[in-house]
Design a binder for this molecule. Structure first.
Ligand code: GAP
Length: 466
């Protein structure tokens, strides 16, 4: 992970937030390459989940909502983690994480615990274990609400207290009626949204994996009660396909994990996680939940609005069930970097002699790659080459996200492009001036082919869409 974190910083993918002030834990900024790649991930999700379908529409709801939303949804009363603190060093931990770590370490018997049933009582386990930092005694676990709070307007009191949304989903439920009335959609149909979510995580960790501010891509798919299980299975399959076929994530690094009953969120009847094999272990990148009619029923109760759907075929009204595929953009981003980051000892570029250096290659799918084309003059001290290369760059820029690079040897420049996952490099050389063609170098095979400048846009478009 350390290598990945430093690579992301060095190449301008991800920076720690507020770095010049010493940072702020659990927050990250996406740099020039990071924002491009993140936008590509979001675009590919939106295209698949919204634009290519007839039965899903989009939404962009506000981050701060009436605080009754969070009372109705159960987040005020039930959205908490168990916090324990060391009485000596005052470090804070998530109690369930400590129990999990103990279980995975195989040292349960050392603290006098012998069976799985005993571990379920978290308070009992915490009583028996010591602070992992200093060996001090831990406080009994207490509930810690994860919602970040703020005040709306100039007065700070209980009535102006508001929350930054901990999930985008509720913005969808509270607009269910608006969408239904304006879009003439019939069940089954879904509403999708991409947006920021905030959670005051007790222990943000593993780089982008657990942060306090992150982006979610969520779909709430409304179905007839009784058809929920069928649609649940459908969405699990669809979403797995997206990771493999669209993002190109290696199948062997993905798995589906079914939630145990005790693990289920307060709103869910069933849930599976799509997990990725990160360097620190398997971790959830997406949860697919059967939220039943819980949320709409709660909002109907708290708001007094009728949120039923009138089914013309059945000639009756009901509150639909909801299937929710919900994923985190930042976790997918991290999974993609981990999946495609390669270190090649001794180098692989043809133009330089093999060296002791380690070359980095980011074999990320073309659709996800932050920069699609690099334009390079063979050498920078020949004005005619530089001029022609700049001309080619200007020609390509409206069509592809391109960069122009003339600094350093050509081998070094290819390596720089390989490092950021740029799938194609265009080199302008002396033959370009004579014959009007350039070379296209393929990042993965390093093969080069010559193409006429006037055909370049078409050829690149075809290659990028392949
Ligand atoms: N609406 C359902 C919901 O929010 P969740 O499993 O709590 O369910 C969904 O979150 C997804 O959001 C997760 O699969 C993960 O990708 C992302 N996510 C949740 N908490 C996160 C955090 N602290 N940092 C980064 N991503 C997070």
């Amino acid at each position: 992970m350390e290598k990945i974190v430093s690579f992301c910083k060095r190449r301008g993918f991800v920076f720690s937030s507020s770095e010049i002030y010493g940072g702020i834990q659990g927050f990250y900024d996406f740099g020039p390459l990071g924002v491009e790649m993140k936008n590509n991930i979001k675009r590919l999700w939106w295209k698949k989940v919204v634009q290519e379908r007839d039965d899903v529409v989009g939404l962009d709801s506000s981050i701060i909502q009436n605080s009754n939303v969070w009372k109705a949804s159960g987040h005020v009363d039930r959205f908490f983690d168990l916090l324990t603190e060391c009485k000596s060093c005052h470090k804070r931990f998530r109690a369930d994480h400590l129990v999990e770590e103990l279980k995975n370490s195989g040292k349960l018997d050392e603290v006098g615990l012998y069976d799985e049933e005993e571990i379920k009582d978290i308070a009992k386990v915490i009583e028996k274990i010591k602070c992992p930092e200093c060996g001090g005694k831990l406080t009994p676990p207490r509930q810690f609400n994860l919602m970040l709070k703020t005040f709306v307007g100039p007065v700070e009191n209980e009535s102006t207290k508001s929350y930054l949304r901990p999930e985008t989903a509720q913005g969808i439920f509270i607009n269910f009626k608006n969408v239904l009335e304006t879009q003439r959609k019939k069940i089954p149909f879904g509403i999708a949204q991409i947006g920021k979510a905030f959670r005051n995580e007790i222990t943000p960790k593993n780089f982008l994996f657990r942060t306090r501010e992150f982006e979610q891509m969520e779909l709430e798919f409304f179905v007839k009660p009784g058809e929920d299980e069928k649609w649940f299975d459908y969405w699990v399959k669809e979403r797995m396909k997206w990771y493999v076929e669209v993002l190109g994530i290696k199948k062997e690094n993905l798995r589906v994990r079914v939630h145990e009953k005790e693990e289920l969120a307060h709103y869910a009847k069933a849930c599976v996680d799509i997990e990725y094999k990160f360097p620190f272990g398997w971790g959830e990148i997406e949860g697919i939940a059967n939220r039943t009619d819980f949320d709409l029923k709660q909002h109907q109760k708290f708001s007094g609005e009728n949120l039923e759907y009138y089914d013309e075929n059945e000639k009756k009204s009901y509150i639909p069930y909801v299937i929710e595929p919900s994923c985190g953009v930042n976790r997918i981003f991290l999974a993609l970097i981990c999946d495609t980051f390669e270190e090649i000892k001794g180098g692989r570029t043809r133009t330089t002699k093999p060296t002791k250096e380690v070359e980095i290659l980011l074999r990320v799918d073309k659709k996800v790659a932050p920069v699609k084309v690099g334009v390079l003059p063979l050498v920078k001290n020949k004005p005619e080459l530089v001029e022609k290369a700049r001309e080619v760059y200007q020609m390509l820029k409206p069509y592809f996200n391109c960069i122009y690079d003339e600094a350093g040897s050509i081998g070094r420049r290819y390596r720089r492009l390989d490092e950021i996952g740029c799938p194609f490099a265009i080199t302008v050389d002396f033959e370009t001036i004579e014959k009007g063609d350039v070379t296209i170098r393929d990042r993965d095979t390093m093969e080069q082919e010559r193409v006429k400048v006037e055909k370049l846009i078409g050829v690149l478009k075809e290659k990028l869409e392949k």
